[in-house]
Write a protein that binds this ligand. Sequence first.
Ligand code: XIL
Length: 450
Amino acid sequence: MRSLRFGLPLVSLFTGVALLFTAPAAHAADTPLRDLAAAKGKVIGTAVTGSKLTGTYGDLAGSQFSSLTPGNAMKWGTVEPTQGTFNWTEADQIVAFAQAHGQQVRGHTLVWHSQNPGWLTNGTWTSAQLSSLLQNHISTEVGRYKGKIAAWDVVNEPFNEDGSYRSTLWYNGLGSDYIANALTWAHAADPDAKLYINDYNVEGVNAKSTALYNLVKSLKAAGVPIDGVGLQAHLVLGQVPATLQQNIQRFADLGVDVAITELDVRMALPADSTKLAQQKADFKSVVAACVAVSRCVNVTVWGFTDSDSWVDSTFPGYGAATPYDANYAPKPAYYGISEALGGTTTTPPPTGACTAAYSVSSQWNTGFTGQVTISCSGASLSSWKATWTYGAGQQITQAWNAVCTQSGAAVSCTNASYNGTVADGSSVSFGFNAAWSGSNPVPAVTLSPA
Ligand code: XIL
């Protein structure tokens, strides 16, 4: 920590953070997920936001994953917000990033009931017009990226939970033939891209996945180009379907590939170490089910960091659904994926941490007021002791919400009778007044149970 100089922001001068029981911040020693996956003949992917592909987000997206799916960039509403006016900026950026990092791209998605442009959904179209709009859209988008897309989610979410066709712009206007036609048009535009139908709640054997199974079977029998099914896998903590592997296998036995296309495991917030351990088990069992079936070719997570997940805004009260936390630290779930891919963890999986942050809240000629905040995430304390050594003769004169003693430069503060417990996800603070002269450098605080 630098010593006191005038003219710099107070916050950078007067704060310090000590870590207790933390996992290492970087896990460079662990084999990247994409290398583990490759050794198993699998592809591991993530949904991404194009504008975030720099810094740590870009480093992790590029180094850990062998496939990228644009989270929104290739949806119709993004690429053609006004009829005839195209915006390929983010999609192009993601494709270029993937090519620079030796990654596949999963195109997502061509025919869906959601995230369509207003001009399309608000228009009044005859069946013939609707059909030609769809054909043009598919030809234009698939054609633009011909040779650059490993697999397209051609049709997204065509079914209701009971296995009937969802009532959509497409089904209502064109009947169920829209599915075969979309696949045929996509194949014409890029014969090398693998073509998928993608849906949610089709991970286990159930009415919806059976409808998908029957559709794929009839498409294959009719000679329609269908290469795979995407199981989105937006899962709830502890609810991986017991029939996941069996379901993957039955599609494989039909002669199509299977991909887990949008894996996340949401939990009621706040996260705690028990939930994070269950989430690790859930990610591990999903990836293991894919590893167990040779035609399961790809597992893609729907955002790799909790700072880039659709869950928090879509399912109020739920979150923490991805393998990395919002600060890009790998969560237990990351190690669940790694272990299912045959990785041996060379650094201990993080079990959470408690940290102590020292700050000076006000300072005058001869004295200052400081405080230390002890916070726990994925860990907890039932008593605590914060110690530090002052480097410039500072002397504590009074403390509150802790019992502090100072001997020479060494300060030791233990919890008061009423605030020794720091629960997972919570914090406790104590304060003090002290004297200083000359300079007032921030000390390094060591935190331990008392
Ligand atoms: C989500 C995106 O992640 C969000 O950013 C957007 O606001 C809504 O769509 N099933 C899908 C994905 O097939 O396209 C959805 O993506 C999540 C559910």
